[in-house]
Design a protein around this ligand. Structure first.
Ligand SMILES: *Cc1c(COP(=O)(O)O)cnc(C)c1O
Length: 359
């Protein structure tokens, strides 16, 4: 029996997608083999790849002058790829907003290749909020401006898109496809698949065409967006199964009503949990109300001695993977697209009951 899974990543996948993959695993569409066992250059896989890209473009209304790439190396690979691809245009300097662990890693990596100007940081209050735009010191000349719209570990989400001079670059690993994106405000967007797209092993890049000519000359081939774009993301063998499965998720998303429906659903799910947390005397949210993530909801118990018991009993009740990130402790419920409203209802009911029994 499948249980309710709140894992931060790799995360829950839609059940109909898993069932279809299971059905097709041994004999894919009457071909007598699986999708994993054919050439990535075959007509049948090409169809899978192209359909996935088109569905993804449809879901996010991506204009024609943006390329969509399916790459390996995860979001972390892009922490390096971004400076490599954008520091070769004459400016080896970039602006970054520091909002927590993922932004911090992106900053550290970019600093190896050029100068990083941290325009704003929320470190003063333990990364519990998204900095407001008014206090920023943008560089006069900057190759790009990077931020993390949703900090997966801290549970902090920006409720606005920064208006900046340099091309805007965003790590949307944990909130892509959960609402509409004004793509034209961005130069480049990237996301590891394993939160809100598909299985791990693949990452998606959306990049404006005019940014494909700024790579440093010694960029590793596998990180080069232009080479990937010219080769249809098949300069070398792509992770075909992850690409196929992501495609099934895109079809499922379309059938659910697309990103608008996912947005409404995310407000309902996270709203239910935050409302409960704010009402409770025993559980609480450490995140500034204006910056609370719709995708990742960290929370703490009034008595941390009870953490282990909470997690054990949750697991026995069929509520999986609620332990917070090892670096921050406490609990975290990740409410990605594939997590149904019933999961959150069950979680809140369990928490209310737990509180009644222990408090
Ligand atoms: C998970 C995550 C990453 C790291 O992704 P990998 O694919 O493991 O490299 C980076 N940024 C954010 C916001 C994430 O949630």
């Amino acid at each position: 029996m499948r249980k309710f899974n709140f894992c931060a990543g790799p995360a829950a996948l839609p059940e109909p997608v898993l069932l279809q993959a299971q059905q097709e695993l041994l004999d894919w569409g009457g071909r007598g083999c699986s999708v994993m066992e054919v050439s990535h250059r075959s007509p049948e896989f090409t169809e899978v790849a192209e359909r996935a890209e088109q569905d993804f473009r449809d879901l996010l209304s991506i204009p024609a002058h943006y390329k969509v790439l399916f790459v390996q190396g995860g979001a972390t690979g892009q922490f390096s790829a971004i400076p490599w691809n954008l520091f070769g245009g004459g400016v080896k300097r970039a602006d970054y907003i520091h909002t927590g662990q993922w932004a911090g890693k992106a900053i550290k990596e970019a600093s190896r290749y050029g100068e990083v100007n941290v325009v704003a940081s929320s470190e003063d209050r333990n990364f519990s909020y998204a900095p407001a735009a008014d206090a920023w010191q943008e560089s006069d000349r900057s190759a790009y401006f990077h931020y993390t719209p949703n900090e997966t570990i801290g549970g902090v989400e920006f409720n606005y898109v920064p208006e900046v001079k340099a091309p805007l670059v965003a790590d949307m690993s944990s909130n892509i496809l959960s609402k509409a994106i004004p793509i034209e405000k961005f130069g480049m967007i990237y996301a590891g698949a394993q939160k809100n797209i598909g299985p791990s092993g693949i990452a998606v890049v959306i990049v404006r065409e005019d940014l494909l000519d700024r790579a440093m000359s010694d960029i590793p081939r596998s990180l080069n967006w232009k080479i990937a774009a010219e080769a249809g993301s098949m300069d070398n063998t792509p992770p075909t199964f992850a690409w196929y499965l992501s495609g099934l998720v895109f079809q499922w998303l379309k059938a659910q009503g697309g990103v608008e429906a996912m947005y409404e659903q995310s407000l309902k799910k996270s709203g239910l949990l935050y409302e409960f947390l704010d009402r409770s005397d025993f559980f609480s949210s450490p995140v500034d109300p204006a910056s609370r993530s719709r995708m990742n909801v960290p929370f703490v118990l009034a008595d941390e001695q009870l953490d282990a018991r909470f997690l054990n009993e949750a697991e026995e009740t069929g509520l999986l993977n609620l332990k917070g990130h090892r670096s921050v402790g406490g609990m975290r419920a990740s409410l990605y697209n594939a997590v149904p409203l019933e999961a959150v209802e069950a979680l809140v009911a369990f928490m209310a009951d737990f509180e009644k029994r222990v408090a």
